[in-house]
Design a protein around this ligand. Structure first.
Ligand code: BV8
Length: 239
């Protein structure tokens, strides 16, 4: 961490790290808002809202089935940024909590233990009747029947769509209230409430650091900013 000349004379004790699609980009997972991004092929309203799912479930299942297939491909692995973040967990003095907006499982595969998927998980599905969560099949369709209620068209991706409440918000705000260092990695800072976490941490006295390929929408909120590929920057930060 010394390379980034942060104002700590010792290892910070409590750290919160927010990650976005950029940390998985070097693993071959598409981001959302780049020129070749996921939103280039689909309107957000059609594939990432409850209204879009109600209107055309087959399209939404197709969108998530394609992403699930890519995530489970033999060629998709955690990259050095995921690995460095997992290693950082045992280096900080107190708790390191990774709050990811990503729905892939690359943090888990890299060994991250203290982790919150605030926008849900691609490898899980949920019954809309009972809320029961199951491991996702490779492909889910509206014809699949749910084990818990035996009905069709009740299963959906266990994903937080626009207009839906992100997961574990109490735990996240509690961690932001007590952290000494807040790091944002690989997010464009366009989606709330995640885009407000830097200010929240700063209000509570944390030092804030942005590691990204380019300035995010909230880059001026940060005390320190470094730009470059996460696969290079994050291992340098952890060393
Ligand atoms: C909520 C689903 C409240 C998962 C996603 C009107 C009505 C309702 C809500 C709103 C509204 N107006 C505004 C809102 C709030 C809304 C919002 O923020 N809208 C935006 C568009 C303005 N937010 C919500 O709706 C949230 N819920 O507010 O609930 C509430 C309160 C009470 C009761 C009920 C509700 C829910 C937000 C979650 C939406 N779901 N996706 C999926 O399909 O994956 S969001 C989607 O964007 C993904 O989750 C993604 O993670 C997230 C953020 O994108 P990024 O990760 O930042 O990705 P992006 O491509 O944008 O950027 C990548 C960055 O990486 C870039 O900066 C790039 O430079 C960098 N990069 C690229 N390569 C690299 C790199 N960096 C380093 N190294 C590299 N190699």
């Amino acid at each position: 961490m010394t390379k980034f000349s942060l104002p700590f004379s010792r290892r910070p004790s409590n750290v919160v790290v927010l990650t976005g699609a950029g940390i998985s980009q070097e693993s071959g997972i598409r981001t959302f808002r780049a020129s070749d991004g996921l939103w280039e092929d689909h309107r957000i309203e059609d594939v990432a809202t409850p209204e879009g799912f109600a209107r055309d479930p087959a399209l939404v299942h197709q969108f998530y089935n394609a992403r699930r297939e890519q995530l489970l491909a033999d060629t998709t692995h955690p990259n050095s940024a995921h690995d460095a973040l997992a290693a950082l967990e045992s280096l900080v003095g107190g708790e390191l909590l990774v709050v990811t907006q990503n729905v892939d499982d690359l943090h888990e595969r890299a060994g991250q233990k203290s982790l919150v998927h605030m926008h849900g998980e691609l490898l899980k599905i949920r019954c809309e009747v009972t809320g029961q969560v199951y491991p996702a099949p490779l492909t889910l369709t509206e014809r699949d029947t749910c084990d818990c209620c035996g009905l069709r068209e009740t299963l959906r991706p266990d994903i937080v769509w626009f207009g839906e409440m992100p997961m574990e918000m109490d735990r996240i705000y509690q961690a932001l209230a007590g952290c000494e260092l807040f790091i944002s990695i690989g997010t464009s800072g366009n989606v709330y409430p995640a885009a407000g976490f830097c200010r929240e941490a700063k209000l509570n006295g944390a030092v804030t650091l942005e590691l990204n390929l380019e300035p995010s929408s909230g880059s001026t909120d940060f005390d320190y900013t470094y730009y470059g590929p996460a696969g290079t920057l994050v291992p340098e930060f952890v060393d």
